[in-house]
Design a protein around this ligand. Sequence first.
Ligand code: NAD
Length: 421
Amino acid sequence: MSSTVRTLDKNGKDINIVGFQRFGFDCEVSLDVLRLLYLRKHYVKTVTSSSESVKDDEQDESSATAYFSKSIYHADTQSISYTTLSRFPPVKLLPPSKRKRILVTGGAGFVGSHLVDRLMVLGHEVTVLDNFFTGSKTTVSHWVGHPNFEMVRHDVVEPFMIECDQIYHLACPASPPHYQYNAVKTIKTSFMGTLNMLGLAKRTKARFLISSTSEVYGDPEVHPQPEDYWGHVNPIGPRACYDEGKRVAETLTYGFHRQDGVDVRVARIFNTYGPRMNPFDGRVVSNFIVQALRGEDMTVYGDGKQTRSFQYIHDLIDGLIALMNSGETRPVNIGNGDEFTIGEFAELVREIVEKVQREDGVEPKRVNIVYKPMPTDDPQKRRPDTTRAKEVLEWQPRWTVRMGLEEMVRYYKAKMEEGSI
Ligand SMILES: NC(=O)c1ccc[n+]([C@@H]2O[C@H](COP(=O)([O-])OP(=O)(O)OC[C@H]3O[C@@H](n4cnc5c(N)ncnc54)[C@H](O)[C@@H]3O)[C@@H](O)[C@H]2O)c1
């Protein structure tokens, strides 16, 4: 098993650091420090920083250098034991003038938990607001008890008051089975949740960023989609609760901006994947990986010719933090423009799963790719035009799909082995 995992960017250079210095906000963090929060430690090269805590850990075999609380599955009794941490991951010591009070709604979800990790490691004070509908306490449990961290169970459709400097408003189920489970609640979360959080931003003068989505473009007639494309959305279809919810959330955001001077940022996020994504929420990346790891047929909906682009989580977090700290109030697409047909993508996932299995000494079993009918209103094509992000944020995706998938496969494989998938 490898301590030689190398992660190369699109130009073939090693990725050791994520984030960058932009707009006076330092967001650089060692990739290995983040990996210790979600990958097994044999995949993490070394923590090269000479910090005492790391040395201590190396000497003390019994303490975990991976900072996620471990879960041990007992198959005989079908029970699970959780551990707590003996030490928190190290965070930067910021002077009070630089330390921000940051509220992350939906912070226990997939995107939110990675954002929380980054902001915590950077030394900020983070409050997570979540009703745990699709998120889970385990995604951020490595921070519970830390003096810079607070977690509040709260539904954003109800008002909430806190003093803060920045609000990342992410709370909303994001996968079709989850947002269609209770369509009325989804649209309520989008509308009332955003209304409440904008009200909070107005009262506290906090800067407000909303995670909007490429779904506001619907089934687009323009390809790739720039931010000034108005979209092509079916207002009464099964996806409308989410698509129209996000559109009205954007409308509200600009209403508060124009009327009340709230300082707003709108990120239109395209398909993103990475560790901690719910493996069973029907999104294509997790579906394919879990099926391939289990040795089951991989299911492609439609003829496999529809295209998608996939962005790795660390690129998204770089983009969200850059946008929050920039002066850009217009919507900004954040996504990876490398386009794949779903059929090609399935083959790539299968190849990477086989590679990681071999790396770990397991002889892979070749799985089949099978085709099933396409669900209603599934867009045929979706690819971001990220010119604006490049110009105003100096942001571009760095991760290749291959590198991101390798990391995600290692994560899911470990979760399966420990029995939590
Ligand atoms: N992951 C993607 O590819 C993607 C793409 C576009 C946009 N987005 C947006 O990013 C945000 C996060 O998405 P994600 O992929 O992390 O999804 P997720 O489902 O993993 O996370 C959403 C979080 O919000 C919480 N939540 C839901 N309803 C809530 C409510 N009423 N009150 C409080 N908390 C609530 C959930 O419990 C969960 O922790 C969402 O706003 C989503 O629309 C994600």
